[in-house]
Design a protein around this ligand. Sequence first.
Ligand code: SF4
Length: 366
Amino acid sequence: MFPKLKLTESRIREWYAAATAEQAAAVLRKPRCDYFDLLTLLSPAAVELLPEMRECAQRARRRYFGKTVTTYAPLYISNSCINGCKYCDFNTRHHFERKILTLEEISREADAVLALGLDSLLIVAGEDPKRAGLDYLCAVGELLRNRFSYLSLEVAPQEEAGYRRLFEAGYKGLTLFQETYNQELYKELHPSGPKRNYDFRVWSQLRAGRAGMRTLGMAFLLGLDEWRMEAASLGAHALYLQKECWQSKLQFAFPRITPVSDGFQPAHPVNDADLEQMMLAFRIVFPESGITISTREAPEFRDRMMICCADNMSAGSRVTPGGYAALADKDVGQFTLNDSRSVAEVEAAIRANGQEVVHKYWDSAL
Ligand code: SF4
């Protein structure tokens, strides 16, 4: 559970079991929802209200984001990692040639992304503080800050001072998946490396918000534990951050585990209907927060979710260092892509669904 969650696991299970479709319908009529409303919308009883939830979520999305969908690219700058996360192909037990891109290579990658027409970049790296630590990440930020209108990062958790340095280097947001809020399971899935420290990870967004980061991305990895219990913790974590870091915008993601080479099997697979219910519930309860949908998901699902939930989509993604400028000989990606459409194809689909493509979050020149 999220450490600040006052409810016990059994109380949450009771709430889920007792919720009714009528209660869920009443939540959809409320102007503003609270934590218990979120639980009601996540409950099994709300499944029969998916069409109504879709309409309600679409109205909420329209109110705060209009028809806009922002596109971005993840740029993997390093797959070197000292952690042993059992569900990830970059984990330290896997033997393949690791790559940490040089600044010159990153510049070529950035050119390749800009040539695709994208202007928002998510820098991604494994955890390797000696070879690709804070100085390296700051140098990358300084290299790219004036070439993209929005720069964010998905890297190992940092101290608040570290986040402050990253912010000053040009990064304006971070994404950090808690993976699982179940602390026992967390220990089991992270047998080695600094990532074993659950507490340091779970308070990352708080430190980043205090350091000035404008967007705080959060998620758990879908498939590791029961999604309804994880979603209850994610919701509590988000409400806590909204209060503590009110200057920052929250950005949710709902990443499902995709196959990895050593055959890790998720114990609690999440199907499309489960995922949709969860995304709709979060869109309704957190209407002003962002929702990202990545290329882990298939085109048809992404296209549906962009209309009622997601305001942010990756496009044309490469999940290996050097993937855009063909700098890598071998393609060891962090996860399997399920949407291999080009940027142009994704953006054409956004327009075909009646939405507008946005490349810039904001313009620092204004
Ligand atoms: S999930 Fe992140 S920290 Fe864990 S092995 Fe993969 S790259 Fe490293």
